[in-house]
Design a protein. Structure first.
Length: 300
C-alpha cells in the first residue's frame, strides 16, 4: 500500500485525530512539548501498560510508519500464545537491562550501584537524566513481533544469556539490527542454517529482505546513528560477548562471567552518552514528521 493510499484508511484518520486530541489535552496545544515528553507520566493515568504500547503510541506508530506494515490498532498489542498481534512497540535502549529498574525487590539503578556508580556524582546525575529520557518518543519503534518466545521478538532480543530457545542479546538495539542484517544475508544466499534467534525472525515476513532491506531502515526509522555506509554497525563500544557478562556484588564475582568495576563503568558511560544522543535525535525527527502530518491534514 502506498503512503497516499494508507492515509485514506480509517486507522490513519483515527490515529491523526487521537494525536491531535493528545496535543490539545496533554501538551496544552503545543506539539513541541512532545520532544521532551516522558511517557511514564501518561502511564500513571492508564494503568499497567508499557509506555511503548499505550494507545497514543499506537497512533504515533500508525501516523509515522503505518504504510510500511499496514498497521492497524487491532494488529498491534502484546505477545500471546495465539499470535493475536503481529506488531508491538519496543523500547530501543533499555534502562533495566544494564542499569536496573526500580521494582519491589530492587532499588533504583541497583545494577549500577553494585559498581559504585552512585558514588560518582556526575555519573549518577547522568543515570537520573537517562531514566527521565529513555521513555521519550525517540526511544520507541514498532517491530514485527511474531515468535514462540515469551514476549515475542521483543522478548527474544532481551534475553540475557543463551537459552534453549534463543541466544542472548541483552536488549542492545545495535545488536538487533546486525542480527537482522545477518539473517537477510542468509536469505539472499539461500542459506537456511538459521541461529535460534534467526528462526524467530523467520516467523515474520517483514524481516525478509524482499519485504524491506535493512539498509532502508536507516532513514525510514531515523536510525542514522546505528548505520555506517548504509549498513548496521556496532554503536556501543563493548564487544558483543562481553555485553552478556553478569552484574553482581563484588564478593560474588567469581570467574570470567562477571563484570568488574572499571569495565562496567566504562560501558555505562559509553551507553548513556550514545543512547541519549540517539533518543534526542529521533525525538526531534519524529516530532518534525508528526508536525508535517498535522499541518498537511489541517488537524491543527
Amino acid at each position: 500500500m502506498t503512503r497516499e493510499q494508507y492515509e485514506k484508511t480509517k486507522d490513519y484518520t483515527d490515529a491523526l485525530e487521537l494525536f491531535r486530541n493528545f496535543v490539545e489535552e496533554i501538551l496544552a496545544g503545543d506539539v513541541e512539548g512532545l520532544r521532551t515528553y516522558c511517557f511514564d507520566e501518561l502511564s500513571k493515568f492508564i494503568g499497567d501498560i508499557d509506555p511503548d504500547m499505550t494507545l497514543i503510541m499506537k497512533a504515533i506508530y500508525i501516523i509515522v510508519w503505518g504504510e510500511i506494515y499496514d498497521l492497524r490498532f487491532e494488529n498491534m498489542g502484546p505477545w500471546n500464545m495465539e499470535g493475536t498481534y503481529a506488531f508491538r512497540g519496543d523500547t530501543m535502549n533499555s534502562f533495566g537491562s544494564l542499569i536496573g529498574k526500580t521494582s519491589k525487590e530492587n532499588d533504583f539503578a541497583y545494577r549500577a550501584k553494585l559498581f559504585g556508580a552512585d558514588k560518582d556524582l556526575e555519573l549518577w546525575s547522568k543515570i537520573k537524566e537517562f531514566e527521565k529520557t529513555y521513555h521519550w518518543v525517540g526511544n520507541f519503534i514498532i517491530i514485527p513481533n511474531r515468535s514462540t518466545i515469551k514476549y515475542g521478538i521483543n522478548g527474544a532480543r532481551a534475553f540475557y544469556y543463551n537459552t534453549n530457545d534463543c541466544e542472548g542479546m541483552r536488549d542492545y538495539f545495535d545488536w538487533f539490527l546486525l542480527a537482522i542484517k545477518k539473517y537477510q544475508d542468509k536469505i539472499k544466499a539461500d542459506d537456511n542454517h538459521f541461529t535460534k534467534f534467526e528462526m524467530q525472525l523467520n516467523r515474520n515476513q517483514e524481516y525478509d529482505p524482499a519485504f524491506l532491506e535493512i539498509n532502508k531502515w536507516e532513514k525510514r526509522f531515523f536510525l542514522e546513528d546505528y548505520f555506517e555506509n548504509g549498513q548496521p554497525k556496532l554503536l556501543f563500544c563493548t564487544p558483543l560477548k562481553r555485553r552478556l557478562l553478569i552484574t553482581a556484588e563484588s564478593q560474588d564475582r567469581k570467574g570470567e562471567s562477571y563484570y568488574q568495576d572499571q569495565e562496567y563503568l566504562n560501558i555505562l558511560r559509553d551507553y548513556l552518552l550514545k543512547a541519549t544522543n540517539v533518543i534526542k535525535y529521533r525525538s526531534n525527527k519524529i516530532v518534525d514528521f508528526l508536525k508535517k502530518e498535522l499541518q498537511k491534514n489541517k488537524a491543527i
